[in-house]
Design a protein around this ligand. Structure first.
Ligand code: C2E
Ligand code: CA
Ligand code: CA
Length: 585
């Protein structure tokens, strides 16, 4: 995001007015319900309003936008902020003075006004009914593949280089999958180029169905494709790559029916992780290509990491895996509980259950060190079952506690992607709840964006089933994962957990402060609950309070605690409240 002087920004409208042309320049303030700060006078030609009618009238821009387009527009802006994209374009319908709607393109960027601490959107509104510009056609020829309409090698290189920078800024991860079709040459040689071309178009079509909006599919050679998986959560990076690789393999394995020919092909996939296996697009493409060649030679595997971290660490991982098996049998786990607190009243409203492993030799092991291995090996299923059962047991204990304060509403439990993806997930959860005898509304399940997005329809269905029982859902580590927020409106989410990186960096990085503020504003617009993670300092808390974030967790109030310590804190929290009441009475 740029930061500029407020007066300079306002001046920009005059300049663009003087230049003339059909694009309408506008400035919109985003800190609150968005309003128009200034707009060029040619808005009259576009929509029929006088410039003056639109200024200083205190009317939110929502009133000028077609209701069906509002959410998409806000999510798009929000997404641009989160991903720190420089420019963006979105189409939507604007209300004309005569009551009709016109489709416009808004090309915009978000700017910070230095002193005023205002977040502004400046941009151009373009009438999209007008012809597409010549430039777009030129771009198309340079950067796109004519046969499939996908981006080509030149363009994917630019995208990868941008992605490398973005990953550093946003602490996210990305992976590149390099695909080569096996037996494609056979098709071309025996059936001719026409059929070969059609096959490539079908392949491209199927591949598109495997990826999400934020990912990129490119054709980089005759029968070579590349998939860039963007903005992944580091925690779930490898499992996500494997899900997609498998999906790609399976979908291409199905025969293609082309002009009365039934064609069978398979694919080999090489994977390189951005920033780990290389720091430039050339390196990344080369490493993924190398890995792909190794996968091609490998009879047993259709995909291969470039010098996989997992393989390098194979020995260590194997040890952890073996120890985990014992840990499950011998119940070496314990749940700690981190209080979640109301920002204004300081009362404990809930807790997050966090697993701890007491290793008989190595001592306490952090979940960061074993959860991903448990996921890779499938041991997570047994561990998760224990976590959920144990959490429910503690919920029951608190529900039976006569002195449990009424402010206490829930325990939230982390759900791993693999666990969530199990076909039996809803049935398993139901069974545990039934057995425990708890009121299910005291249970919240934390899922990551990755777990939801890898199969959106399935996620929606599962969430609806469990929500019928009264269980709540929150999105964990919000802002670090996919952040393609269009899915938010589809998913029955109750609560957003703002990732701790935003809070931690808030005072060092002004952008993070503004982003946090925007997340708060957005979640209010979308009527979602909100909790900030990683609150360590009083300044963090003050900021959250000022901006209207309702709850938080973090070392400022308490670290995760063993259950008995948590319970004592919870009960004393109530005593203080009673004392306060007594005192004021
Ligand atoms: P998470 O879900 O994002 O959990 C929050 C992590 O931040 C916890 O680390 C917590 O101790 C830490 N934290 C809380 N407040 C602060 C703070 O103010 N400052 C700092 N620097 N850190 C804070 P923890 O307990 O090590 O857990 C790490 C991750 O392991 C969790 O991240 C979660 O993804 C995973 N995990 C933990 N327990 C479970 C579990 O039972 N099941 C599954 N599937 N994953 C779990
Ligand atoms: Ca969590
Ligand atoms: Ca988290």
């Amino acid at each position: 995001m740029f930061s500029r002087n407020y007066q300079d920004i306002l001046q920009w409208i005059n300049v663009s007015d003087a230049i003339g042309g059909s694009a309408v320049s506008c400035i919109i303030e985003l800190n609150r319900d968005p309003i128009i700060v200034d707009i060029s006078s040619n808005i009259k030609d576009l929509l029929g309003y006088q410039r003056e009618d639109l200024l200083d009238n205190g009317i939110s821009i929502s009133s000028y936008i077609n209701q069906e387009d509002i959410k998409d527009l806000y999510l798009n802006i929000y997404n641009t902020l989160l991903l720190r994209k420089k420019n963006h374009t979105i189409s939507f319908r604007l209300l004309c003075f005569d009551g009709t709607y016109k489709v416009v393109d808004l090309q915009y960027k978000c700017i910070k006004a230095k002193k005023e601490d205002k977040l502004l959107l400046i941009g151009y509104l373009l009438d999209t009914t007008k012809e597409r510009s010549f430039q777009k056609r030129v771009d198309y020829l340079t950067y796109f593949d004519n046969l499939t309409g996908l981006v080509n090698r030149e363009k994917i290189k630019i995208i990868i280089d941008k992605e490398l920078q973005l990953n550093i800024k946003t602490q996210t991860a990305s992976a590149l999958l390099y695909l080569d079709l096996n037996r494609f040459k056979n098709v071309n040689d025996t059936l001719g180029h026409d059929i070969g071309d059609k096959l490539l178009q079908h392949v491209s079509h199927r591949l598109k169905s495997c990826i999400k909006d934020q990912d990129t599919l490119a054709r980089v050679g005759d029968d070579e494709f590349v998939i860039l998986l963007s903005s992944l959560n580091e925690k779930t990076l490898y499992s996500h790559v494997e899900i997609i690789a498998k999906r790609v393999y399976k979908i291409l394995e199905r025969p293609f029916s082309i002009d009365d020919n039934l064609l069978h092909i398979t694919t080999s996939i090489g994977v390189a992780i951005l920033g780990v296996d290389g720091n430039s697009s050339d390196e990344i493409l080369k490493m993924a290509d190398t890995a792909m060649y190794l996968a091609k030679k490998d009879q047993d595997n259709y995909f291969r990491y470039y010098q996989s971290n997992m393989r390098e660490n194979a020995q260590v991982n194997l040890e952890v895996e073996n120890d985990l098996r014992v840990a499950i049998k011998e119940q070496q786990f314990e749940l700690y509980y981190q209080p979640q607190v109301d920002v204004t009243s300081d009362q404990i409203i809930g807790a997050e259950a966090l697993i701890r492993w007491h290793h008989p030799v190595k001592g306490m092991i952090s979940p960061f060190k074993f959860i991903s291995i448990a996921e890779e090996t499938g041991l997570i299923i047994a561990i998760s079952e224990w976590v959920l059962t144990e959490s429910c047991r503690r919920i029951k204990e608190l529900q039976n506690e006569p002195n449990c304060p009424s402010s206490f509403k829930k325990i939230s439990v982390n759900i791993s992607s693999k666990q969530f993806a199990q076909p039996s997930f809803t049935a398993d959860v139901k069974k545990i709840i039934l057995k425990s005898g708890i009121d299910p509304s005291f249970l919240e399940l934390e899922v990551t964006e990755g777990a939801l997005i890898s199969n959106l329809e399935d996620a929606i269905e599962k969430m609806h089933i469990l929500k019928k029982l009264g269980i709540k859902f929150s999105i964990d580590d919000f802002g670090t994962g996919y952040s393609s927020l269009t899915y938010l409106k589809k998913l029955p989410i109750d609560i957003i957990k703002i990732d701790k990186s935003f809070i931690t960096n808030m005072h060092a990085d002004h952008d993070d402060k503004i982003l946090t503020q925007t997340i708060i504003q957005m979640s209010q617009n979308l009527r979602l609950g909100l909790i900030a993670e990683g609150v360590e300092k009083v300044e963090h808390l003050n900021f959250l309070q000022e901006k209207g974030c309702e709850s938080y967790q973090g070392y400022f109030f308490s670290k995760p605690l063993p259950f008995n310590e948590f319970k004592a804190l919870l009960l004393s929290n109530e005593v203080e409240e009673l004392e306060l009441l007594r005192y004021t009475a």
